[in-house]
Write a protein that binds this ligand. Structure first.
Ligand code: NAD
Ligand code: FES
Length: 296
């Protein structure tokens, strides 16, 4: 069992947990993910690692309760446990595998959208720990949904918060903030863009338009079981078939076919909706009226 050492609601839609998982903490690197399972019958949920402490043997995860399982996770308290906590999985961020001197020569901007700020944080923290200055834009719908602010401020050379409704920081989406930085005379060699699929699609288009040479995105949102077996996370990158959970989660943002990936993601949503209904109504429904017994 993997004990929850801390459970905290960060905002109306985001939850943070610190988990006692020494073996994962000993080996994980920024960019990797874990698979968490609540109990024997629980669904396997892949979540990117938000932070790790090798000495304390802990892993921090941040999630949004959008499906049946993550809704159950949100009800857990400090002292509760997960049955399985498997990892680290996937490939570490390719940036952290570069020689430090090479990294220091690059002008890098990290861009996190909503809960996508969580996987951005360990990468920016790693950069700071290795003496690499990077800038960071974090966007959210409004001030209350902006997460990990203090943490980001502590590790980014320049931190640019922005909100869609203008309630805090720059008024506008992350792409508008990036364009505004360019208008002020800033420029970058690499953009790491992590968040909702639609944001990564338009973020990559914006980065290309601005002439940013390299763009990295994280395809964690299309993963389902994270095992390389279900096929859900199939993605075309520069016309090659890749699987986000095995070959990624990070890929060349200029090569990802976002439209095809979003179409596939949509196909898996119906099953998820059925799982939510099952959670709400028990075993008596099959996605319809809930009265006939259906596929019970
Ligand atoms: P959200 O919808 O509130 O969007 C966050 C920010 O993204 C916005 O404030 C805006 O700045 C930017 N954005 C959104 N649409 C945009 C567009 N069309 N053009 C430019 N910028 C845009 O985010 P949320 O509700 O917190 O995000 C939830 C999603 O994040 C889930 O779908 C989840 O799958 C995804 N997610 C992705 C990763 C990853 O590794 N890529 C990790 C965790 C969560
Ligand atoms: Fe199932 Fe990648 S999530 S194959």
């Amino acid at each position: 069992m993997y004990k929850i050492l801390k459970a905290e609601q960060l905002s109306a839609t985001n939850y943070l947990m610190v988990i006692d998982a020494p073996r994962v903490a000993a080996h994980c690197e920024p960019g990797q993910f874990i698979i968490v399972k609540l109990d024997e019958k629980g669904e396997r949920i892949p979540l990117t690692i938000c932070d790790y402490d090798r000495e304390a043997g802990t892993i921090t995860i941040v999630f949004q309760p959008i499906g049946a399982s993550t809704q159950k996770f949100a009800e857990l308290k400090t002292g509760d446990s997960f049955m399985d906590f498997t990892g680290p999985l996937g490939c570490p961020s390719e940036l952290i595998e570069m020689p430090i001197e090479e990294l220091k020569e690059k002008k890098i901007i990290f861009i996190g959208g909503g809960v996508g700020a969580a996987p951005v944080y360990p990468q920016v923290k790693w950069m700071k720990e290795h003496g690499v200055d990077v800038d960071c834009i974090i966007g959210a719908k409004n001030k209350d949904l902006l997460i990990l602010e203090k943490e980001m401020e502590a590790v980014a050379a320049n931190y640019y918060p922005c909100t869609d409704d203008g309630s805090y920081g720059f008024s506008g989406m992350v792409t508008a903030q990036l364009e505004a930085l360019y208008a002020e005379g800033k420029s970058y060699d690499v953009a790491v863009i992590i968040g909702p699929m639609i944001m990564m699609k338009f973020g990559a288009l914006c980065a290309k338009k601005l002439g940013i040479k390299e763009c990295i995105v994280s395809m964690n949102p299309i993963m389902v079981d994270g095992t390389g077996m279900c096929g859900a996370c199939r993605v075309l990158v520069n016309d090659e078939v890749k699987f986000a959970c095995v070959d990624g989660p990070e890929f060349d943002g200029y090569g990802v076919d976002f439209d095809a990936a979003m179409k596939r993601q949509q196909m898996y949503k119906d099953l998820e909706q059925r799982a939510i209904l099952k959670l709400q109504e028990g075993d008596t429904h099959h996605g319809g009226c809930g009265n006939c017994g259906g596929d019970k």
